[in-house]
Design a protein around this ligand. Sequence first.
Ligand code: G
Ligand code: G
Ligand code: MN
Ligand code: NA
Length: 254
Amino acid sequence: MSLENDLRRAIESNELVLFFQPQVELASHELRGVEALVRWQHPERGLVSPVHFIPVAEESGLIVPLGNWVLRESLRQLREWNQQGLPPLRMSINISALQFRQGDLPRYLAEQLTAFAVDPQQVELELTESVLMNDVEGVLRTLQEIKSLGVSLAIDDFGTGYSSLSYLRRFPIDRLKIDQSFVRDIEQTPANESIARAIVALADSLSLGIVAEGIEKRSEKAILQHMRCAEGQGYLFAKPLPADDIVAWIGHHL
Ligand code: G
Ligand code: G
Ligand code: MN
Ligand code: NA
């Protein structure tokens, strides 16, 4: 079977699973939110990374049903955690460019927010700069529709795209995620430190939230914290975890 057909079947037969990676406040290590990251529990291949099937999903258009599944499942999990009495978390959901353009995203999101009765303020969509590049008017309309639901917007992998910074002025963005390539070796690479510092300053002056991605070492965390980067995510705090492990992780951290 082709990977594409296999994936189509996997979406229908519920072989996809979500893992969740904590996003913490650097000063306190308190949990602020989680990023939902999809995996494929393949009957023969085991747990398959999205690196291998998201590109196939994008090329085939399967990203729309796959992305819709991720939206539903992450909202269902958020409601479950809320009902279990966990502190209210932010759920960050990755949206691919094609899903943003083709999927009638605002309408579907509105429908699912109602269906799962979760507070839209707990939900954030992660968009890459490539989403924002074409058709400014169309993109702006979609972003405004999403914002009007009460959902917030983050720029993923910030600083790695080709778009101009002027979109930060035009578009209703709430948060920047410093790409992990700038966090890597931040203590030995002055250029990475300079770029991270500039992104933190930019977020600060535009009153945007900030999350540094891919923090693996205490030294990386210390430098970012020192430059007043508010939040971080990375293996230092936790890898992406199954839902049940998130509850255990919180138990150990509170
Ligand atoms: O979790 P991780 O290493 O394995 O993710 C690899 C890549 O897959 C990352 O770029 C991540 O943004 C992407 N990804 C993970 N989950 C989703 C998802 O639900 N939707 C989209 N569009 N991309 C995802
Ligand atoms: O593209 P996006 O930022 O959505 O994807 C996040 C990706 O980064 C996921 O694949 C996730 O597993 C991975 N990731 C998260 N924390 C770390 C980390 O500390 N180190 C590395 N190498 N990867 C990480
Ligand atoms: Mn992301
Ligand atoms: Na990223």
